[in-house]
Design a protein around this ligand. Structure first.
Ligand code: P6P
Length: 336
C-alpha cells in the first residue's frame, strides 16, 4: 500500500533470508497467529456487548478459573494453527496435555505453544491482556507430534512473540534477527510495522512485581526490593513501581521504557507462578533479542531444560543491568 509501512506478511516475505526454514510454512504459522490475534482483539473489545466477559465456571490445569475468552481464544488458535498443516503438535496454558491437529494436518514442521489470553482477569475491567506464543521446530522426525516436540529449551525457539490487546493492538515478535513491532489498523484488519529492531533503553528505574507476595518471599528478593526503595538519588533510588497484572502488558512497558519485571518464588511456591514454556521462554527470547536478559535468579531462562508442559519458574526479565543486579542479590553479593 503506497506510503503505508509494510504489513506483517509483507515484512516476513521481505526478510525471508532470516528464516533458515522454508518460509512458506513459517509465514503460514505466523499468519494463523496474526489472524487469531485480530479475532481475539475484536472479541475482547466487544466483550461487554457480546456476553464474552465473565467465567465458564470451570477451572483449568493450573487450578485457575477459566474465563469465557480463555476458552474461546484457545479453541480459535487450536483450529487456526491446526488448519495450516504446518504444525505437528501444540501446547496451551488451557489444556493439560499435547494438542494434536487433525490426522491429515499433523505432519507439520513446527510445534507451537501459547497462552491464549494471558491475564484474562483484566478483561472484565477493560485492562490490557495478551496472547503469548512460542514456535519450535519439531524434534521428532515426522508424523503426529508429541511432548518431545514441546519440551524443548527456549534457546532452540524458531520464533516467539506476543499480541498485546491494550489501547492499541500490537504484534511483537522475533525470529532471532531482532525484535519487530506492528500495530493493528482495525479498520483494515492489517498489522503494520511500527518499530523495526526494538531495543531496551539502557537505564530505567522502574520495577514491576506483585509486592503483596513479599511477606513470603525468600531473603535475596526481600533484600533487593528493600534496596531499590531506599532514598538515594545518586543511584536513581527509590525506583518507581508499575504493575498491570498481565505479563504481556508489564513486559511491553519495560521493553519500551526499561526496568525489571520480577515474579519470585516464595516459601509456599518456590518455583513461583509463571509458566516456563508459554510465558517465560518466549518473552525471554524477545528480551535477549532486544538487548535485555531473563533469568530464574541465577540461570538464563533460555537454557532451562523443560521437564513438564506446565512447569513454573521464578522469573526476572528486563534491562540487562537490572537483571544482573537482582542476580547479585541471589548470589549473596548484594548491589556492590
Ligand atoms: P498475580 C496472569 O494471571 C499471570 O499469569 C501473568 O500474566 C501476570 O504477570 C501474573 O499472572 C499476575 O499474577 O499473582 O500478581 O495476580
Amino acid at each position: 500500500m503506497a506510503g503505508m509501512p509494510p504489513t506483517l506478511s509483507q515484512f516476513i516475505r521481505a526478510r525471508q533470508q532470516d528464516y533458515p526454514d522454508a518460509v512458506g510454512e513459517f509465514s503460514q504459522v505466523m499468519s494463523a497467529i496474526a489472524l487469531g490475534g485480530k479475532l481475539i482483539s475484536r472479541e475482547i473489545n466487544l466483550a461487554g456487548l457480546v456476553g464474552a466477559t465473565g467465567y465458564t465456571g470451570r477451572t483449568n490445569i493450573q487450578g485457575e478459573e477459566v474465563a469465557k475468552l480463555d476458552e474461546w481464544s484457545n479453541d480459535l488458535l487450536v483450529d487456526l494453527l491446526g488448519e495450516t498443516g504446518c504444525v505437528c503438535v501444540m501446547g496451551s496454558e488451557e489444556v493439560e496435555g499435547p494438542i494434536v491437529p487433525p490426522e491429515s494436518a499433523s505432519n507439520g514442521r513446527y510445534a507451537v505453544l501459547f497462552d491464549p489470553v494471558d491475564g484474562s482477569s483484566n478483561i472484565d475491567i477493560a485492562a490490557p491482556v495478551g496472547t503469548i506464543f512460542s514456535i519450535q521446530r519439531r524434534a521428532t522426525e515426522s508424523g503426529v507430534g508429541n511432548l518431545d516436540d514441546l519440551l524443548q529449551p527456549g534457546r532452540s525457539q524458531a520464533a516467539a512473540g506476543y499480541i498485546l490487546y491494550g489501547s492499541s493492538t500490537m504484534f511483537v515478535y522475533t525470529t532471532g534477527q531482532g525484535v519487530h513491532a506492528f500495530t493493528l489498523d482495525p479498520t483494515m484488519g492489517e498489522f503494520h510495522l511500527t518499530t523495526e529492531e526494538l531495543r531496551f533503553p539502557e537505564k530505567s528505574n522502574v520495577y514491576s512485581t506483585n509486592e503483596g507476595n513479599s511477606g513470603t518471599w525468600l531473603e535475596p528478593d526481600l533484600k533487593w526490593v528493600n534496596w531499590i526503595k531506599q532514598n538515594d538519588p545518586d543511584t536513581g533510588r527509590p525506583y518507581s513501581a508499575r504493575y498491570i497484572g498481565a505479563l504481556v502488558a508489564d513486559f511491553h512497558r519495560i521493553l519500551l521504557k526499561g526496568g525489571i519485571f520480577a515474579y519470585p518464588g516464595n516459601t509456599g511456591r518456590p518455583d513461583g507462578k509463571l509458566r516456563l514454556l508459554y510465558e517465560c521462554s518466549p518473552m525471554a527470547f524477545i528480551a535477549e533479542q532486544a538487548g535485555g536478559a531473563a533469568t530464574n535468579g541465577t540461570k538464563r531462562i533460555l537454557d532451562i531444560e523443560p521437564t513438564g508442559l506446565h512447569q513454573r519458574t521464578p522469573y526476572y526479565i528486563g534491562t540487562a543491568r537490572e537483571v544482573e543486579l537482582i542476580g547479585r542479590f541471589h548470589e549473596g553479593r548484594g548491589p556492590g
